[in-house]
Design a protein around this ligand. Structure first.
Ligand code: SAH
Ligand code: SF4
Ligand code: F3S
Length: 462
């Protein structure tokens, strides 16, 4: 069981002192804007960074142009994520030409790539602060130094971070909250860069998680999403994660969800929890990645197609209405057409509610990046298109099967397309649009599903 030491309280106090020093500076940025790329881990980290910036006396600006501090929380899981971050930073160079006092900060997973921080410093000398995922809690100190000394501060640590409890936070939503239970990943799937940039697995103490959730429930949060790259190996795996869920189920938070689960580590206790816990929502994101055993082995996923299908059968036997979603990689090095067909047939068999599909993207330093890959990109594009078409048909059929059902929806937002409509999720995670205004946000509404679209349902209040 791996529990990492906490960042010492003295260090957190030092950072508090830096926040005060920045706040009291005569000349400092007044408005910040954070651009978050990547996954929910990064979204949660951005909430912490926003909390620190607020402590430093800054306000949030809705768009970059209105800010005098812009921070990029980057992702590098696929090449296009990285290109997006770099493209954005280059765009800021222009903005900085007009607004020379603009402060630019870059953090997140990309800065943790080998040699990346130094390269960024050389190529983009206009960036004021570059920091990594392991030393995010020291951002106030770096910002203070950059503002005071008027030259770039670059600090990225190779060693895994300790866990910092009790950092400031400014949460994006007040009815639904992300709660980290663990950081890092030990799995080294052969295509994946995350273990290199997020370090080894380390878990928060159960009591720290419970205390945070209790505070959230008291402040009116209706839904908690537990986060980890592989929540099933929380505190070393086994029953630990299910036990945490049993404890959280008693707190009274109406909805509990979590992500992400690795199929090799799903415990019997977790499957049982789906049959027993009333607040655990009938939804599970269970990335399968591929349908062929040879590809799964070369991906180092350590389960077989049959094991995955067996998990699906068992989950559905305890919770027949469970909605399953997945991640799938197409065009892994050496993937034959036949092996791809096995992914297609797995998708047909499981019938996911939704699947996020990606063309394999070689990441420097990972095993798969040096595997021979002779499938032309056009062929990979054809394959992914077939997969997308198949999944869209299944998603539509699944949504159509919901018509006529009565569901409880937790309203999340006003619809982008229609100001007299709001959108929210069913327990299973389907998005439902219904007539209503912003006063419904954060409340539960009983609806009858009246029709199905390609990705969403339509309902009416009952
Ligand atoms: N920890 C999570 C996923 C993190 S990354 C898990 O294990 O499921 C999110 C998804 O990005 C992965 O599930 C995978 O499908 C995809 N992905 C990761 N690395 C990739 C790469 N090099 N090329 C294409 N897709 C990748
Ligand atoms: Fe990457 Fe695999 Fe870890 Fe997920 S489990 S973060 S895909 S190495
Ligand atoms: Fe990207 Fe880092 Fe998440 S690489 S997917 S932001 S853990």
């Amino acid at each position: 069981m791996k529990e990492r030491p906490l960042v010492p309280i003295q260090e957190l106090n030092r950072q508090r002192e830096y926040m005060r020093l920045v706040r009291e500076m005569d000349v400092r940025p007044q408005k910040y804007h954070i651009v978050t790329l990547g996954c929910q881990m990064n979204e949660r980290d951005s909430e912490t960074i926003a909390g620190m910036l607020a402590e430093m006396g800054m306000e949030s600006a809705p768009v970059r142009e209105e800010a005098d501090l812009v921070l990029y929380n980057t992702c590098c899981v696929r090449e296009n994520a990285e290109n997006r971050a770099l493209g954005n930073v280059i765009w800021l160079k222009e903005l900085k030409r007009d607004k020379p006092d603009m402060v630019i900060c870059v953090g997140g997973c990309m800065t943790q790539e080998k040699g990346m921080a130094e390269r960024m410093k050389q190529l983009y000398p206009f960036i004021n602060v570059i920091f990594g995922t392991h030393n995010m809690h020291r951002f106030p100190e770096y910002l203070y130094r950059a503002l005071r000394e008027q030259h770039p501060v670059v600090e990225v640590l190779d060693t895994d971070g300790e866990i910092a409890e009790g950092l400031p936070e400014k949460r994006n939503r007040d009815f639904s909250a992300f709660v980290n239970i663990m950081y890092g990943c030990n799995n080294f799937c052969s295509y994946c860069i995350v273990p290199y940039v997020r370090g080894r697995e380390r878990s928060r103490e159960p009591q720290a998680v419970i205390d945070e959730c209790l505070r959230l429930v008291d402040s009116g949060v209706q839904e908690i999403m537990l986060l980890g790259q592989n929540v099933n190996s929380y505190r070393g795996g086994g029953k630990e994660f299910a036990e945490l869920l049993y404890r959280l189920d008693k707190l009274g938070v109406p909805r509990i969800r979590f992500m992400t689960s690795h199929p090799k580590d799903i415990s019997d206790e977790l499957i049982a929890a789906y049959g027993e816990l009333s607040h655990l929502m009938p939804q599970l994101h269970l990335p399968v990645q591929a349908g062929s055993d040879e590809i799964l082995a070369r991906m180092n996923r350590r389960y077989t197609r049959e094991h995955y299908l067996e998990l699906v059968r068992r989950l559905r036997s305890v919770r027949p209405d469970i909605g399953l979603t997945s991640d799938i990689i197409v065009g892994f090095p050496g993937e034959t057409l036949e092996q791809f067909e096995q992914t297609m047939s797995l998708v047909e068999t499981v019938r996911f509610d939704a699947a996020y599909t990606f063309i394999f993207s070689p990441r420097a330093g990972t095993k798969a990046a040096s595997m021979p890959d002779d499938t032309p990109y056009e062929e990979k594009s054809r394959r992914i298109q077939r997969l997308i078409d198949l999944q869209q048909r299944i998603s539509l059929e699944t949504l159509e099967a919901q018509v006529g059902r009565k569901e409880t929806v937790l309203v999340e937002s006003v619809s982008a397309r229609d100001a007299d409509s709001v959108g929210g999720k069913t327990p299973r995670g389907h998005m439902v649009n219904l007539p209503g205004g912003k006063e419904l946000i954060g409340t539960f509404v009983n609806v009858e599903i009246t029709s199905a679209g390609r990705n969403t349902l339509r309902g009416r209040k009952i």
